[in-house]
Design a binder for this molecule. Structure first.
Ligand code: NAD
Length: 282
């Protein structure tokens, strides 16, 4: 038999309860008591993901090389009523990633959600880029996150549950002066699609969120340099009303997409790349 249940039986089992309602009520992301492991969780987009998970009732593992800042995010999450930890986690050090995964399992007994968000920039034109600049960026964005999946996937498989999002960038299509970063972000798409294929049989999903320009500590210097950033700013098509949001993407814009893709509202979406970029590169 192809179908376990008829459409009518499905409706009965899973009535279209009011998921989205106007006014005070919000879409229930069904994340209560889930465990979210967020690399780069101490700052910018990663921090906002941690806080949004906490608001939605998920416990949080703030995995970041900035240990003191990560501990501050832990306190912010706890104030929102969930539990959180910040194990040391420099994603350039594979043994630290393994220990952070173990710390998460020891504390919470499971990992449901993984957000690969840690990132650095080491910009230079190709012919001026050093081996250190190349390795640093590839190691943080790509190798470290491959190793995190390597260590965490056995736990997801055991639990037959998992939602993974890799944070790439519109730079995955190439950017002058960022051969290392663009290469790493494009490769993260390959890592995502392969992960999605390997885990689909268990209902585990893996997607990419590719932000456009978001104002964070990572981009502060670039945005402040008007001459450098103007062409990019001009290419943002979406001119949303100022009372709705600014011209640049906000950390909330990205976290909302990430949290949706790692919720059961998105349980039928896998292997996809979602640009959250205000219409850049449509
Ligand atoms: N801000 C943007 O415009 C933008 C656009 C596209 C993609 N992104 C991506 O979003 C992600 C988050 O960037 P952000 O803008 O929030 O920057 P951010 O600098 O505010 O945050 C990055 C975080 O990664 C952490 N990190 C760096 N190296 C690490 C390591 N070795 N181990 C563990 N953690 C490490 C940092 O400590 C920091 O907390 C990055 O992957 C970045 O490439 C950002």
């Amino acid at each position: 038999m192809i179908l376990d249940l008829s459409f009518e039986q499905l409706e009965e089992k899973n009535p279209r309860s009011v998921n989205i309602v106007m006014g005070e009520k919000k879409m229930d992301m069904k994340l209560k008591d889930k465990v979210a492991f967020v690399t780069g969780g101490a700052s910018g987009i990663g921090r906002q993901c941690c806080l949004t998970y906490a608001q939605e009732g998920a416990n949080v593992v703030v995995a970041d090389v900035q240990y003191d800042k990560a501990k501050e995010v832990v306190e912010e999450c706890k104030k929102l009523g969930v539990d959180a930890i910040a194990p040391p986690c420099d994603v350039r050090k594979l043994d630290e990633i393994s220990s952070a995964v173990k710390a998460a399992i020891d504390k919470f007994g499971k990992i449901d959600i993984i957000v690969c968000c840690a990132g650095v920039l080491r910009d230079a034109m190709i012919h001026k880029m050093t081996e250190e600049q190349w390795d640093e960026v590839l190691n943080v964005h790509l190798k470290g996150h491959w190793w995190l999946l390597h260590e965490a996937i056995p736990h997801l498989k055991q639990n037959k549950y998992g939602r993974i999002v890799l944070i790439a960038s519109t730079a995955l299509r190439g950017t002058r002066g960022q051969a290392n970063y663009s290469s790493a972000k494009a490769a993260m798409v390959g890592l995502c699609k392969t992960t999605a294929m390997e885990l689909a049989y268990l209902g585990i999903t893996c997607n990419v969120v590719a932000p456009g320009l978001v104002h964070t500590p990572l981009t502060d210097a670039f945005i402040s340099n008007e001459k450098a950033s103007k062409p990019m700013i001009d290419s943002i098509l979406l001119r949303r009303r100022p009372d709705i949001g600014p011209l640049f993407g906000t950390t909330e814009d990205i976290a909302n997409a990430v949290v949706f893709l790692t919720s059961d509202r998105a349980s039928y979406i896998t292997g996809e790349v979602l640009l959250v970029a205000g219409g850049r590169m449509i």
